[in-house]
Design a protein around this ligand. Structure first.
Ligand code: FUB
Ligand code: ZN
Length: 667
């Protein structure tokens, strides 16, 4: 294969996140988000959208035990945004067809937290949930509450919309994580039975169905199953789903014809990335979460099967997503119609979709690309996502969530203009379609697996958040501890503790926002080589070696490429990896009237509000309204000077409803 630099992710149970910024969030997930989520999944939160996820499993388990499973016909209807929903509520199933996945993500998050903090009570609850999930399983291994309740005769007849393979993927991820965390394999064994059943139905062999999921997810999950079992058949199945996607005759068209239920088949296969085989896809298209999960699975399979053509496809799509269709916060998905990508440089900040799950999916993709080849650009995007477009999806107290992550809100418009109603101006208690909150919980809880990767002769730090990681390099156990106060401070110390002297290459990403930096090894200034965005040091490391890095965190006034129409003539502010915004709470209303000069001088101040942030201040100008006339000569405009306070974008909407903008007019 073209690259031989493969690395593997660290064993997450051997990573201790010590970082102030993240430890606080991880603890929040453990102590607040998980119990809150559990209440939501049990419909115990007053005023929150209904979930029914636990109740669906209870009903499915009851029917399984009583041998009364699915006798009534299942179907699906579509929401405005093209999403399939259940129409089987009269049978007792409630919610979206993929409601099971919320339970899976909760379990997966529990597993990660147990890796850093034992909690007998939480583990007991998780064990009980696993018992419940397993009780719903059919004798042949099948396990999806929607069809168990609504009609097993219809299972796998609507792969396009009904999410069975997506739910299986999430359950698999949970099972692998739970086994990693606790050593218990009840769920894993159950899921293996289900996957084996699926493997008997789908595949390239004659007589098997040539289908693939309408919502990708199982591909990346099968790779995790391959990792924990070592059984190549799971990798083969992941590859089959990827290779088969978009092949002619199109499976979704054929399955619709076979269903013969009077409903027309979809006229937009690109929504599912099924309009052509993946290797022929030139641009990122369709539903953004689906795309990001697909690309993640593709990168996994490319790495593990050494498939150059698949790798080239990943690189091409990566390029398109990150250079032409990504917001400055890392968010993706410009349109609420189909929750989807649109076209290059179309990045409106106010009518954006920017689903939290899509940002998380892109982080998964970035992590996989880093495992194929540690390159600065992958780490830069991962960092952008982690410090901006992902964590903006959760309130600082862990109990309110954004599904859509706008870069600009004017609440009056969002409430009154139907075109902007999908953009909420306040985080919500929960969602009927609740994919995002549990997703943000699981990525936060598994942060340790995103920070670094390594192989037999090298170790790379992708994100310099504080963490102690243990890896086996050249057969020796090597401890590597990163310390600092990222993302507020660019001074980073890396300590090396190999069990014995070990030769390897240590690489640490020099972020693209950093124009110059200094480095010292054991107190001596060094000028090490930077290649592919990483500072690399090859030597025999011994216990006590220490690398100090100083990345100056200047405030940067950024602009988008002039092909991005929506923010033409506007600037946004970054410091280090953090994107900033203006909020009405600090700067008054009518933020569209604010302008700043590209020579504005900023001061940075550590402040205690918003759970501790570095706020930025500068002088700006606010245009004054006229005397009543709607139009006037431009030369007649007048400004007042105003002191502006910028806060990190992720922290917006924690002080009540108000205007917010990331892009500010240029003076
Ligand atoms: O379809 C499952 C999830 O629901 C998608 O990933 C999200 O976009 C939401 O529509
Ligand atoms: Zn989501």
């Amino acid at each position: 294969m073209r690259t031989e630099l493969f690395t593997r992710e660290p064993d997450i149970s051997k990573v201790r996140v010590t970082d102030n910024f993240w430890k606080q969030r991880m603890e929040l997930v453990r102590t607040k988000v998980l119990p809150y989520e559990w209440d939501a999944l049990n419909d115990r939160i007053e005023g929150a959208a209904s979930s029914h996820a636990v109740a669906n499993f209870e009903l499915a388990a009851k029917l399984t035990v009583e041998h009364k499973v699915g006798t009534i016909k299942a179907g699906s209807v579509r929401t405005e945004q093209g999403q399939a929903v259940s129409s089987g509520e009269e049978n007792g199933f409630e919610g979206f067809v993929f409601q099971d996945s919320d339970i899976a993500k909760w379990l997966e998050t529990v597993a990660y937290t147990l890796m850093w903090k034992k909690d007998a009570e939480l583990e007991k609850t998780a064990d009980e949930v696993i018992d419940l999930v397993c009780a719903a399983q059919q004798e042949d291994g099948y396990l999806d509450t929607f069809y168990i309740i609504n009609g097993l005769d219809k299972r796998f007849t609507n792969l396009q919309d009904n999410h069975e393979l997506y739910c299986l993927g999430h359950l698999l991820e949970a099972a692998v994580a739970y086994t990693d965390a606790t050593g218990k394999d009840k769920l894993l064994k159950a899921l293996i039975r289900y996957v084996d059943y699926v493997d008997g139905i789908f595949g390239p062999e004659p007589g098997k169905k040539k289908g693939y999921p309408g919502h990708e997810e199982i591909e990346l999950a099968l790779v995790k199953l391959f990792r924990i079992t070592g059984n190549k058949k799971y990798l083969k199945l992941a590859k089959f789903f990827i290779d088969q996607r978009g092949a002619e005759p199109n499976y979704f068209v054929e399955e619709c014809r076979a269903r013969n239920d009077g409903k027309p088949y979809t006229d937009d296969l690109s929504y599912y990335q099924a309009h052509k085989p993946v290797r022929k896809q030139e641009v990122a298209i369709g539903h953004a979460v689906r795309a990001a999960y697909l690309y993640t699975g593709m990168a996994d399979v490319a790495r593990l099967t050494k498939d150059d053509s698949l790798l080239e496809t990943c690189e091409r799509l990566w390029e398109d997503v990150t250079k032409k269709q990504m917001y400055i916060t890392g968010s993706i998905g410009s349109s609420p119609v189909g929750e989807a990508f649109t076209f290059d440089y179309d990045l409106p900040g106010d009518s954006i979709y920017g689903e939290t799950c899509a940002a998380i999916g892109l982080a998964f993709f970035a992590k996989r690309m880093l495992m194929i080849q540690p390159k600065g650009e992958y780490g830069d995007v991962l960092e952008k996502l982690l410090y901006n477009g992902i964590i903006s999806g959760i309130s600082l107290d862990g109990t309110r969530f954004f599904y859509v992550n706008p870069l600009e809100v004017y609440p009056k418009k969002n409430h009154m203009d139907a075109r902007f109603r999908h953009v909420k101006t306040e985080r919500q208690k929960w969602f009927g379609c609740a994919c995002c909150p549990p997703n943000i919980a699981r990525i936060t809880a598994s942060l340790g697996s995103f920070l670094s990767s390594y192989n037999d002769d090298s170790f790379y730090t992708h994100i310099p958040a504080g963490a102690e990681t243990e890896a086996v390099i050249s057969g020796n156990r090597v401890g590597i501890a990163v310390e600092g106060n990222y993302p507020w401070d660019g001074d980073i110390t890396v300590r090396f503790e190999p069990e014995k002297n070990t030769e390897f290459t240590y690489g640490i990403r020099i972020p693209s926002w950093c124009d110059s930096f200094t480095a010292e090894l054991n107190g001596v200034k060094i000028e090490p080589a930077v290649s592919d965005g990483y500072l690399k040091i090859k030597r025999v490391f011994k216990a006590g070696d220490e690398l100090k890095l100083s990345l100056p965190m200047d405030v940067k006034i950024m602009e988008a490429d002039c092909r991005v129409r929506s923010c033409f003539g506007r600037v946004s502010i970054m410091r280090g990896p953090v994107v900033y915004c203006l909020e009405e709470a600090d700067n008054g209303p009518d933020l569209h009237r604010v302008r700043i000069s590209e020579n504005a001088e900023f001061s940075a101040k550590e402040e205690k509000d918003l759970n501790g942030i570095t706020a930025l201040y500068c002088m700006g100008f606010k245009e004054l309204p006229g005397e009543g006339e709607l139009y006037k000569p431009a030369s007649a405009r007048r400004f007042e000077t105003i002191k502006l306070r910028f806060i990190p974008y992720y922290a917006w909407a924690n002080r009540g409803e108000g205007e917010m903008t990331v892009w500010v007019n240029r003076y």
